[in-house]
Design a protein around this ligand. Structure first.
Ligand code: GCB
Length: 610
């Protein structure tokens, strides 16, 4: 799915701003006809989560339906064009109307969706947009939901959180990313699929496949612009498709140190006349898993970074550009080269920025703590559809180096996972992922309770493990923790012979709390925890990276083990550094020289672009 863009043939109109909201606790909005407009309860900022923004009207912990509305003036410049309404994300599902006309629904959170509205609006007049948003989740949704009834049925009252969630981050509701009305020509460029290869030290290849809504008789021009040179090609449209293979020489490959982007301009023409134009940044690079290594452009790369969250006071899960710039500045400051979009796809603006800054991204499906007692064929179907939408959105980003299909399945160690059902599930999902994108490795972060016999490991190109020895187990005993981590890493490598990323490890830390002895929650203990893990990881030739949990403190549902937030951040929620930040900055400044599996020393790539 192409992001809206302003070009010579396309126009964009932001619908962000202050909208109206009406909370629908009794779910009566449909019968009361709110889709045609309603008397609001309050104003609400879009993008924004309703929770903290409107806490004072009683929606801080609200799980349910809320109706949004705004009026948008459709400019006369949109006359004669195809007009589309696009919502960057509405969490976790939405139904949309324009001028009272039902446009459709979207079931997945954290992903964009759009509807053509050409025939439902009048140019030169305003249109009423109504969106019914729900942050409810069920057994079949991605991610799965949990209710008080589940807790009782499972006899696990002690695990209860409020609001109920199957995951350890706050289930914010709302329209979290930008809403736009955009216009394209009636015949238009529908999709672009770019793949790149390295042919030699100075030769790169860009293969572009363009989907068009017009059939034969049209041509497509391709122009690839480098800093000093341009390459052009022309192709005929056949059955709605045009393709080009552009050899780039001399080629600057995209990397962390030098994130070179080439600007690809696609022009659709008929009889020499320009119909539509779209531009895309292209990074020429290759990612591969070979033996026990992760290779970027043929060189081993060691991932230094974090699991993150989209989370900030008042904003909730809303996109904030100042925060984006701040976070990338901190990543650079701390010498990180990567992060995982734990536990859901982040805003497209984040990936655009990572392309520019040379940050490597593991892009995660919002499937969290999947419980196989509640997993049905419908769940798998939804999971596959989610992955399809994610890959369609993010496939052209050079920063995306891997797909994470899920986080920590088998969280409750239910036996249904290990009786063949887990294996069959991942087998089918992994096949699906590879059919959609054969160029990127896949992984599924494992938790210890799923054991080293986790069926997910069979289908991963590299293994990811989330570990908390020294925190949830062996608290205060980092010597025991380091030993257990070391033994487990060896056991996993011996069994699977695949490279391993330690994709989570961390300790809750109250900024400003200190101790001379090993004491949970102190800044010193967080440093000792991270030092111990990093030393073990560095001693293993088959490890390909360390992602600390978490970049910053983040809000969670209420639970006796959380003080409002998960405090495992290396930065506080408002981005002040804890002591551990200085440890990591120094540790990551040394690009570690690790002994490789077959004995020779390897200098690892991945220092931040200077
Ligand atoms: C995990 C989860 C993450 C939690 C973290 C924790 O394994 O993947 O979502 O926040 O542990 O701090 O418990």
């Amino acid at each position: 799915m192409l992001k809206p863009q302003q070009t010579i043939s396309r126009l964009r109109l932001s619908c962000d701003g202050l909208w109206n909201i009406k909370i629908d606790r009794e779910n009566v909005g449909d019968v009361n006809g709110w889709s045609a407009g309603f008397a609001p309860d309050a104003d609400v900022a879009v993008p924004g989560s309703w929770n903290e923004q409107l806490a004072e009207i009683g929606v801080m912990n609200y799980i349910g339906v809320a109706w949004y509305q705004t009026r948008v003036f459709v400019p006369t410049a949109f006359e004669g064009k195809r007009i589309v309404l696009r919502i960057g994300s509405a969490d976790f599902s939405a139904r949309v109307w324009i001028n009272g006309k039902f446009l459709g629904s979207h079931e997945f959170g954290f992903l964009p969706f759009e509807f053509e509205v050409t025939n439902h609006v009048a140019v030169g007049k305003s249109a009423l947009v109504v969106v019914r948003v729900s942050n409810e989740l069920t057994d079949d949704t991605v991610p799965q939901g949990v209710t008080a009834e589940h807790y009782i049925a499972e006899n696990r009252v002690r695990d209860e959180t409020f609001p109920p969630a199957r995951f350890d981050f706050f289930p914010y509701g709302g329209i979290h990313r930008s809403v736009e009305l955009y216009a394209t020509p009636k015949e238009y460029i529908d999709d672009i699929d770019v793949q790149t290869n390295i042919l030699s030290a100075s030769d790169g290849l860009v293969r572009a496949k363009i989907q068009l809504t017009c059939l034969d008789g049209a041509t497509v021009g391709f122009r690839l612009e480098g800093d000093e040179q341009n390459w052009t090609q022309e192709a005929n449209v056949e059955n709605g498709v045009a393709e080009a293979s552009i050899a780039v020489n001399p080629c600057q490959f995209w990397s962390c140190e030098h994130p070179q982007l080439y600007l690809l301009t696609i022009q659709l023409r008929r009889d020499g006349e320009l119909i539509d134009e779209y531009q895309l940044n292209v990074g020429i690079r290759e990612v591969k898993v070979e033996g026990a290594k992760l290779l970027l452009n043929g060189k081993p790369v060691f991932l230094k970074g974090f699991g993150k969250h989209e989370d900030f006071p008042v904003l909730g899960k809303a996109l904030s550009l100042p925060l984006l710039v701040k976070d990338f500045g901190l990543l650079r400051w701390i010498n990180a080269n990567s992060f995982r979009t734990s536990h859901y796809p982040y805003a497209e603006e984040v990936l655009d920025y990572a392309d520019r800054k040379g940050i490597l991204i593991i892009d995660e499906v919002a499937d969290i703590s999947r419980d196989f007692r509640y997993t049905s064929p419908k769940s798998l179907e939804n999971h596959k559809a989610y992955l399809r939408e994610l890959i369609a959105r993010d496939k052209n980003h050079p920063c995306v180096i891997a797909w994470s299909l899920s986080n920590e399945p088998n969280y409750l160690a239910e036996q249904e996972y290990h009786d063949g059902r887990g294996d069959a599930y991942w087998k089918e999902l992994a096949q699906h992922a590879r059919a959609l994108d054969e160029t990127r490795p896949i992984t599924i972060p494992n938790l210890q309770r799923a054991t080293i016999n986790d069926p997910a490991f069979n289908y991963c190109d590299f293994i990811s493990i989330n570990r908390y020895y020294g925190w949830y187990e062996n608290p205060g005993q980092m010597d025991v923790a380091g030993k257990r981590l070391s033994e487990e890493l060896d056991a996993i490598y011996e069994k699977y012979q695949k490279p391993i990323l330690v994709s989570e490890f961390g300790a809750d830390t109250v900024a400003g709390l200190h101790s001379t002895t090993d004491q949970l929650f102190t800044e010193e203990y967080q440093v000792k925890f991270l030092e111990t893990y990093c030393a073990v990881i560095a001693s293993k030739p088959y490890t390909i990276g360390e992602h600390v949990w978490n970049f910053a403190d983040f809000r969670t549902p209420q639970h006796h083990r959380r003080v409002v937030m998960n405090l495992k951040g290396v930065f506080t929620r408002t981005r002040e550094p804890k002591r551990a930040a200085f440890f990591l900055k120094e540790h990551w400044a040394k690009s570690p020289v690790k002994s490789s599996v077959n004995g020779e020393a390897t200098m690892l790539a991945g220092a931040f672009e200077k």
